[in-house]
Design a protein around this ligand. Structure first.
Ligand code: NDP
Ligand code: NHF
Length: 315
């Protein structure tokens, strides 16, 4: 499997396990299966509501001693209601407590969007704070402090467009080390990848399989299926792989990290085995033609009449 290199020489396994929508009753088992079967990279977030259950798996596996904490890359994310200076490190400490860890490998600002501290998920325009009220640099400076204090090894962002990255980088000498964004054959993010590569920012691909288990309210009526795409299925047949494995391999082969979510034992194992395939030039060219600029996780749920957020992705 490919490794992503960080500026200080640290390395991260390209394929990790996602945990959004993994039910509390299932996620402990899923993370244990992953770690016992060779995963060395787990993606978490406070807003997934299951960090305590993920932490039970870490505690059990690390105390058994076969897999060591220092051999696993653990990412989590600062939720949008803790962007204020005084809220960032307390939110991180809560995540560390829930995950039963002393440090994270990577901590990300989840979105370039801020909510009021008592809002978990916004329902109306008044639930938001504008980026004039809580500038991203205020939040970022606390992320830098968290890294200086050793609470996290690396810091980065998520759902940041090129414009948002540029704005932040104008205000700081501490360039983000990671941008985690939606990325798959229907949203290939070529310009963003080029920008990130130029500035030494690693990229992680989220929703690589099309996020089929998202809440219905987040789905468009006529959205295209990645797993059922005929080109992906033809390439899968050619290699004796599953369509999911081709989608995961495609991201890994392009040099990004990729974090498919599963709580199913067979698919957890199958997804890690994606690394063993190799896509040839014809496969890569055919997949390159599928870039429809289509988003499954549409930031429109943060764009409300009367708030200051519009066109979050600068599409
Ligand atoms: N930073 C951000 O804003 C975001 C980050 N993320 C992160 O990325 C992760 C992955 O994205 P996510 O949106 O969950 O969706 P994915 O694209 O990973 O799709 C998950 C769905 O695919 C199914 N699945 C898993 N493996 C296979 C397979 N081999 N073949 C067929 N179906 C499969 C899962 O079902 P089953 O569990 O039954 O296998 C589930 O229904 C998240 O869990 C989260 O960690 C996601 C969205 C936003
Ligand atoms: O990671 C994510 C998944 O869940 C959230 C929605 O509830 C998204 O905002 C976010 O991007």
């Amino acid at each position: 499997m490919k490794q992503l290199k960080f500026r200080n020489g640290d390395q991260m396994d390209a394929i990790g396990l996602g945990t959004w929508k993994s039910e509390k009753g299932e996620v402990t088992k899923a993370v244990k299966i992953a770690l016992d079967n060779g995963y060395k990279h787990i993606d978490c977030a406070a807003t997934y509501g299951n960090e305590a259950e993920v932490g039970e798996a870490f505690n059990e596996v690390f105390s058994r001693g076969e897999v060591k904490r220092e051999d696993v890359w653990i990412t989590s994310k600062l939720w949008n209601n803790a962007h204020k200076e005084e809220d960032v490190i307390p939110a991180l400490k809560q995540t560390l407590k829930d995950l039963q860890l002393d440090y994270l490998d990577l901590y990300l600002i989840h979105w370039p969007v801020a909510f009021k501290p008592d809002v978990s998920f916004p329902e109306k325009a008044e639930d938001f704070l504008s980026l004039d009220e809580v500038p991203l640099i205020e939040t970022w400076n606390e992320m830098v402090k968290a890294r200086e204090q050793g609470l996290v090894k690396h810091i980065g962002v998520s759902n940041f467009s090129i414009e948002k990255l540029k704005e932040l980088m104008e205000d700081t000498e501490h360039t983000p080390e990671m941008n985690q964004v939606e990325l798959h054959p229907y949203l290939q993010q070529n310009k963003l990848l080029e920008f990130c590569s130029k500035h030494g920012i690693n990229v992680t691909a989220y929703s690589p399989l099309g996020s089929g288990d998202r809440p219905e309210a987040m789905k468009a009526a006529d959205e295209p299926s990645l797993l059922e795409n005929p080109v992906i299925n033809k390439i899968a047949k050619k290699h004796g792989a599953s369509p999911g494995q081709i989608l995961i391999k495609w991201s890994e082969q392009r040099g990004t990290a990729v974090i498919p979510k599963s709580t199913n034992e067979k698919r957890i194992k199958e997804n890690l085995r994606s690394a063993g395939y190799q896509l040839d030039e014809d496969d890569m060219n055919e997949i390159a033609d599928l870039d429809y600029h289509f988003r499954y996780v549409n930031g429109k749920f943060f764009e409300m009449e009367g708030n200051s957020y519009s066109n979050i992705y600068n599409d």
